[in-house]
Design a protein around this ligand. Structure first.
Ligand code: UD1
Length: 376
């Protein structure tokens, strides 16, 4: 069976790697890899392929950046001819980026079954582009794999046939567990950035910051307020800050560079996977608006302060180390003080975040293909 696997943006890469590895162990499954080219910088792209051991894509659609409509439409146009050439038995998409929805829509309309890995997550916030992508991709999918029990409940509410939904755990945590020993030490990262000693000088550890949500970085007032709060944190805990290209662009455009040019803030280029893993593992606290990092910190047992009002990954709060602080300085500072005071939230590892989610997916998928893509 030919399974066309789609990646587009950075968070897709670490989800796809273990899936391809699991398919590779089953002679009946033949993976084809298509990269839409949504992310294209070496740092956002090649660096991840190399460190995760991802194969070269069979095809790169090279869509690049654009407005949501342009980006989604370009993926659709180019993916349609890719489908004709590769003639897969099914298309597998992961996550919630624009490429995920675009390819699911094209495949579904061609009558090719769609498989969605990381289905059922809901923030219930339709102002988030990813929420639109999640809801629609799930509606288009024939086989849906969820990472946490809430996923099945969300899908049931939206009328998705429960026989198509399988709780398998978290493929991103498969990747985390497979690579933890290879994680790159933060000390090395600081030295490579020309700030040797940045981490060592901090007896109480460092904070790791990532920011890229449009709701946090696209308005000058919000970004200004957030960066000033980070500045206040850096007076007690040095901050390592890999800067997403979207965020770098807005920091420059709004003239906010001074806010991160502080001795205890270390701005970094976008990190590779093994660098991020090292930075998360050894951090005293992580401040982020990423989805995946909320899960990775839960898996690592590192306290996470999420700079959003909601999360589509509620298990990271109910069972994991995550707290929501939004982008209000007082709430962020209160969450940070709690970390200083008592080490922050502790948690446990959610069910099936055990490194074997991709194996479960491969087994269920193969049985489903053998049944003619029908539910049990
Ligand atoms: C996308 C995903 C988001 C995910 C994030 C992870 C959507 C709607 N959003 O957001 O869910 O969390 O990826 O990174 O799909 N850029 C570069 N180089 C690149 C890629 C992007 O410079 O390789 C810059 C461009 O200025 C571009 C901007 O970043 O316009 C935004 O890129 P885009 O792919 O539209 O969305 P992300 O913000 O990266």
């Amino acid at each position: 069976y030919r399974i066309l696997c789609v990646v587009g943006a950075r968070p897709n890469f670490m989800k796809m790697a273990p899936i391809l590895a699991a398919f590779g162990k089953r002679p009946a499954l033949h993976a084809q890899l298509v990269h839409t080219g949504q992310h294209y910088d070496v740092a956002m792209n090649e660096q991840y392929f190399a460190s995760l051991g991802l194969p070269r894509p069979d095809l790169n659609l090279e869509v690049g950046s654009g407005s949501h409509a342009v980006q989604t439409a370009q993926v659709m146009l180019r993916f349609e001819s890719a489908l004709a050439d590769l003639a897969p038995h099914a298309v597998l998409v992961v996550g919630d980026v624009n490429s995920t929805l675009a390819c699911a829509l094209v495949a579904r309309k061609q009558g090719i079954p769609v498989i969605h890995v990381e289905a059922g997550l809901r923030s219930f916030d339709r102002a988030m582009p990813e929420e639109i992508n999640r809801v629609l991709t799930d509606q288009l999918s024939d086989l849906l794999f969820t990472t946490e029990p809430d996923g099945a409940a969300n899908l049931a509410r939206e009328g998705v046939d429960a026989r198509r939904v399988h709780f398998v755990g978290n493929v991103m945590i498969d990747t985390l567990r497979a690579n933890l020993e290879r994680a790159i030490a933060p000390r090395t990262i600081a030295a490579d950035a020309g700030r040797a000693g940045f981490v060592d000088s901090a007896a109480d550890g460092y904070a790791l910051l990532t920011l890229h949500r449009p709701s946090n970085v696209d308005q000058p007032e919000t970004l200004d307020r957030l960066l000033r709060t980070v500045g206040a944190i850096s007076e007690q805990t040095p901050v390592m800050f890999p800067v997403h290209p979207r965020t770098l662009a807005t920091i420059e455009r709004f003239g906010l560079r001074d806010l991160i040019a502080r001795p205890a803030i270390l701005p970094l280029p976008p990190m590779g996977y093994l660098e991020m893993l090292g930075l998360m593992r050894d951090a005293r606290v992580v401040l982020t608006d990423s989805g995946g990092i909320q899960e990775e910190t839960t898996a690592l047992g590192v306290p996470c302060i999420t700079l959003r009002d909601n999360t589509e990954r509620p298990i990271t709060i109910s069972e994991g180390t995550n707290v929501l602080a939004g982008n209000d300085p007082a709430a962020i500072m209160a969450a940070y003080q709690a970390v200083l005071r008592d080490g922050g939230k502790s948690g446990r590892i959610p069910a099936y975040w055990d490194g074997a989610a991709s194996e479960r997916i491969a087994d269920i998928l193969l049985a489903w293909l053998q049944r003619g893509c029908q539910p049990d």
